[in-house]
Write a protein that binds this ligand. Structure first.
Ligand SMILES: Nc1ncnc2c1ncn2[C@@H]1O[C@H](COP(=O)(O)OP(=O)(O)O)[C@@H](O)[C@H]1O
Ligand SMILES: [Mg+2]
Length: 310
């Protein structure tokens, strides 16, 4: 059974607390997104999960293997794309993949098949003879993902997998992640909200080293002050706004970027009351949209709060 169980993972750099008692549990078939501003502790958490960094306290179980006491078994179950560019600039792509295969304990035809399969999957054949240092950013990232996938691990930890890629490359990497997510656990870190919406079954918002919110994108959106609000595009926003404000089911009205948003007061049916008013007033309504909440709103609130504490 594929699983990660993080138990109060904590890491200090000197006196700086980078990751503060992060706990969670995740099973196979999940794309989990670590979402957070720069410096939040995403990479540090990933380094601890993959065994590249010792926790100051706490631990994680990878498929039941404790990263502190069974590092080798835990490591075997994971592929890891570290942040930034891959190392070994002087090595040719195919030699690098051979080297990684050997380090993963693959040899002979098993290694050959594994290398052939990731090279095909990530379309690396054309750069196989090239040294890593001469690759474009997109190819560099694909080599990084290829080495993480080489031993076909059930768990993938990908640190900002689409960072610095052009839009087409981003789409390709996202598609690959989606393809792999049926049975595996894929943990990605990102600060791109769109990526979370597109890819993740579950999101953890991390700020200041702490897990601030954990839920599906829908659950997190519903925490937004926009959840349940009604947005309208109308011809005479000023007069519409003042009439809307008079409804008992409306707490307040905002006008932003050509759009009116009426927030619910909790007293009665907002959408019904607004619709009735539209009919009786004969307003021309270009857009009418009941909001499910906005991820960027929740994220900005949490990231902003943590900034003001820093
Ligand atoms: N090797 C290190 N030595 C000292 N401080 C570090 C080191 N690595 C990261 N940090 C600090 O720890 C905090 C968390 O960093 P990091 O995990 O890289 O965050 P993120 O990946 O979310 O941007 C930041 O304040 C960062 O400056
Ligand atoms: Mg990082």
């Amino acid at each position: 059974m594929t699983s990660i169980l993080a138990q109060s993972l904590t890491r200090c750099y000197g006196r700086m607390l980078a990751v503060d008692r992060v706990s969670f549990e995740v099973d196979g078939g999940t794309v989990l997104g670590f979402l957070g501003p720069n410096g939040a502790g995403k990479s540090t958490t990933m380094k601890m999960l993959t065994g590249y960094l010792h926790p100051t306290s706490g631990t994680a179980l990878i498929n039941g293997y404790d990263i502190r006491t069974h590092r080798r078994q835990a490591h075997q179950a994971m592929g890891y794309l570290p942040e930034g560019a891959p190392l070994y600039n002087d090595m040719r792509v195919k030699d690098f993949l051979r080297f990684v295969a050997a380090a993963r304990g693959l040899s002979g035809t098993t290694a050959k098949t594994a290398i052939g399969s990731v090279a095909e999957r990530l379309e690396l054949e054309e750069v196989a003879e090239q040294s890593i240092g001469t690759l474009s950013k997109g190819f560099g990232r694909r080599v990084g993902i290829a080495q993480a996938l080489l031993h076909d691990p059930p768990i993938l930890i990908l640190d900002e997998p689409t960072d610095g890629l052009d839009p087409i490359q981003k789409t390709q990497v996202r598609r690959l992640i989606q393809e792999m997510s049926d049975t595996k656990i894929v943990v990605i870190s990102t600060h791109i909200l769109e990526e979370v919406e597109l890819l993740c079954d579950r999101v953890m918002i991390i700020a200041q080293g702490q897990l601030q919110l954990d839920g599906t994108p829908t659950e997190i959106r519903s925490r937004s002050r926009y959840a349940g609000a009604l947005s309208l595009v109308v011809d005479q926003p000023q007069s519409v706004a003042s009439k809307l404000s008079g409804l008992p089911s409306v707490s307040n009205v905002e006008y932003r970027a050509g759009k009116l948003t009426a927030f619910p007061s909790g007293d009665g049916d907002l959408a019904g009351a607004v619709q009735a008013l539209i009919q009786s007033e004969n307003w021309v309504v270009r857009e009418f949209h009941l909001e499910s909440g906005r991820l960027d709103d929740v994220f900005a609130r949490i990231a902003g709060q943590s900034e003001s504490h820093a």
